[in-house]
Design a protein around this ligand. Structure first.
Ligand SMILES: Cc1cc2nc3c(=O)[nH]c(=O)nc-3n(C[C@H](O)[C@H](O)[C@H](O)COP(=O)(O)OP(=O)(O)OC[C@H]3O[C@@H](n4cnc5c(N)ncnc54)[C@H](O)[C@@H]3O)c2cc1C
Length: 460
C-alpha cells in the first residue's frame, strides 16, 4: 500500500512545484516604487499608486506623520495643538494593500545597485525611486545662530518656539530688572516672507489679545515685536500693493517692520542690526531654506539652495529610475524660471508623477512634461487680515482672510483635523483666547532654555 500510494504523492509534488515554477515564470515581477518622504509631494505619489496592479510601494519617512506646514505658525503661537495639523502617514495610506510604510531615515542612495540605505544600514531595493524629502532651514553660513533662532519646519520647532515665547512672558513677570523685562518682552522675527509675516502677526495677536490680562507685573500688550527683513519690502513674491498693505496691517497690529536691515549677529543676548544690539530673548528664524541633501545622496551638483535639477518629467538625468520632487527639486516653469518651494507645487508634482509612473509601468506610456498650474499666492497677516494674489487678481483684508481660511481647511489632510481646526478657529475668533498655551516639561529645549536663562549673569 505504501509503495503503491507513494508515487502519486511524489508526482503530485513534482507537478505542484513545476506548476508553481511555471506560474512564477508567467507572473511578471511587480514593479517596486520606493518613495522617501511623506510630505506634500511623496504622499501624493503614494496615493496615486495606491491599489494599482503590478506595483508595490514602500514609503519611508523619518517621522511617523504627515505635517501641514502652512499652519505650523499657529502651533508656535498656541492657537492650535500639534495633533491638529499632523496625521499618521500609516493611517492615511492604510486603505491601500500595495503600500507599506516604514519609519526610517534615508542615509544613502546606491544608484548603481538601485537600493536605498536607511540609517541602521538596511537596504531597500527599488525599480523606481522618488525623493520627496523637502527642505530645512538655511542660516547662510551662520549655523551657530540656530540654537538661539530656531526656524519653523517641524512640530518640534513649533513647540520649541511656543515654549520660548510663553517662557519669555513668564520670565518678564518674575524679573525686577526693567532692562531684562524689556529684553524678555521683545520678540524678533527674522525674514519678511510669508512665514515671518505670519509669525510676527500671530505673536502680536497672542500678546495683545490672548495674554493681555494674564499677567500682573508685565503688560503683554506693550510687547515689542520686530520683523526684520534685509530686502526693501516684505512679501517680495507678491505685488507691491499687497506688500505695502501687509506692512501697514502689521504696523496696525503693533509690529515694527524693519525693511532694508540685514541681521549681523544673533546671540542669546539679542540680535545685532546695523552694528546695534537689540536685546531680545526670543528670536524666530524665517529667512532661508536649504533643500535636504539630495545632491550628496545622488552625487550630483546642486543650485545654491541645494536643489537637484530635474528633467521635465521630474526624472534625474544620469540616474536611471530616480525622480526628485517638491522642495528638493530644481524644476523649471514654462518660462524657464525655477518653481517656488510651495505645497501646491510639491502636491501637483506628486500627483503628476504618480500617474506618470502608473502609465509607464502598466502600459509603457512615456510621460508628458509636468506643467505647474498656480492656484494663487496666499499669506495671512493676522485676524481678518490676509493677502491673496492669483495672476492679475488681487485681494486683501477680510475677504482675503476668508479665502485663506477656507483654502487651508480644505487642504488639511483628514476630516477630523478639518473639523478640529474649524472649531478651534471659531473659538479663538469669538473669544480671542489661544487655547494651546501650555508649556510641557518635555517641550524640546525647555530645560536648556530655563537653565541658560538662569545661568546668564543678571544685569546690575
Ligand atoms: C512654516 C511654513 C509655512 C508654509 N506655508 C506655506 C503656504 O502657506 N503655502 C504653500 O504653498 N506652501 C507653504 N510652505 C511650503 C510647503 O510646506 C513646502 O513647499 C512643502 O511642504 C514641500 O513639500 P515636500 O513634499 O517637498 O516636502 P515636505 O512636505 O517638507 O516633506 C518632506 C518629508 O520628508 C521627510 N524626510 C526628510 N528627510 C528625510 C530623510 N533623510 N529620510 C526620511 N524622510 C525624510 C520629512 O520627515 C517630511 O515628512 C510653508 C512651509 C513652512 C515651513
Amino acid at each position: 500500500m505504501t509503495l503503491v500510494s507513494a508515487p502519486p504523492k511524489f508526482h503530485a509534488t513534482i507537478q505542484d512545484s513545476s506548476d508553481r515554477a511555471a506560474s512564477v515564470a508567467e507572473k511578471p515581477r511587480r514593479h517596486r516604487v520606493v518613495i522617501v518622504g511623506g510630505g506634500f509631494g511623496g504622499l501624493a505619489v503614494a496615493q496615486a499608486l495606491g491599489g494599482q496592479d503590478g506595483i508595490d510601494v514602500t514609503l519611508v519617512d523619518r517621522r511617523n506623520h504627515h505635517l501641514f506646514q502652512p499652519l505650523l505658525y499657529q502651533v508656535a503661537t498656541a492657537i492650535l495643538s500639534p495633533g491638529e495639523i499632523a496625521e499618521p502617514i500609516r493611517h492615511i495610506l492604510n486603505p491601500y494593500d500595495n503600500i507599506r510604510v516604514l519609519l526610517g531615515e534615508l542615509d544613502a542612495v546606491d544608484a548603481n545597485r538601485r537600493a536605498i540605505v536607511i540609517e541602521d544600514g538596511e537596504r531597500i531595493p527599488y525599480d523606481s525611486l522618488v525623493l520627496a524629502t523637502g527642505a530645512a532651514h538655511s542660516y547662510f553660513g551662520h549655523d551657530d545662530w540656530e540654537r538661539t533662532a530656531p526656524g519653523l519646519k517641524t512640530l518640534d520647532d513649533a513647540r520649541r518656539i511656543r515654549a520660548r515665547v510663553l517662557l519669555s512672558f513668564e520670565q518678564a513677570e518674575r524679573t525686577e530688572d526693567p532692562a531684562e523685562r524689556e529684553r524678555f518682552t521683545t520678540f524678533a522675527v527674522i525674514g519678511g516672507g510669508p512665514t515671518g509675516v505670519e509669525m510676527a502677526g500671530a505673536i502680536a495677536g497672542l500678546a495683545r489679545e490672548a495674554l493681555a490680562r494674564d499677567f500682573k507685573a508685565v503688560d503683554p500688550t506693550k510687547a515689542r515685536i520686530l520683523l526684520i527683513e534685509g530686502g526693501q519690502r516684505i512679501l517680495s513674491a507678491f505685488h507691491e500693493d499687497l506688500s505695502a498693505y501687509a506692512e501697514k496691517a502689521l504696523t496696525g497690529l503693533g509690529v515694527t517692520v524693519m525693511t532694508g536691515h540685514a541681521v549681523e549677529d544673533v546671540t542669546p543676548e539679542g540680535v545685532t542690526v546695523d552694528g546695534r544690539l537689540i536685546p531680545t530673548a526670543t528670536v524666530v528664524w524665517g529667512a532661508g531654506v536649504q533643500a535636504s541633501p539630495v545632491g550628496r545622496w545622488l552625487d550630483l551638483e546642486t543650485d545654491k539652495a541645494g536643489r537637484v535639477r530635474v528633467a521635465p518629467d521630474l526624472s534625474v538625468p544620469g540616474r536611471e529610475g530616480v525622480y526628485v520632487i517638491g522642495d528638493a527639486a530644481l524644476s523649471l516653469a514654462e518660462d524657464g524660471s525655477p518653481l517656488p518651494g510651495l505645497a501646491q507645487v510639491a502636491h501637483q508634482q506628486g500627483v503628476y508623477l504618480g500617474r506618470a509612473l502608473r502609465a509607464k509601468i502598466q502600459n509603457g506610456m512615456p510621460p508628458k512634461p509636468f506643467r505647474f498650474r498656480s492656484r494663487g499666492n496666499l499669506a495671512v497677516i493676522g485676524r481678518n487680515e490676509a493677502v491673496v494674489e492669483w495672476g492679475r487678481f488681487r485681494l486683501k483684508g477680510f475677504p482675503a482672510w476668508l479665502v485663506w481660511g477656507i483654502a487651508h481647511v480644505y487642504l488639511l489632510v483628514g476630516f477630523q483635523n478639518r473639523l478640529l481646526v474649524c472649531m478651534r478657529w471659531l473659538w479663538t475668533y469669538l473669544t480671542a483666547h489661544n487655547g494651546a498655551r501650555v508649556i510641557f516639561d518635555e517641550d524640546p529645549d525647555v530645560l536648556w532654555e530655563v537653565e541658560s536663562r538662569r545661568r546668564r549673569p543678571q544685569r546690575s
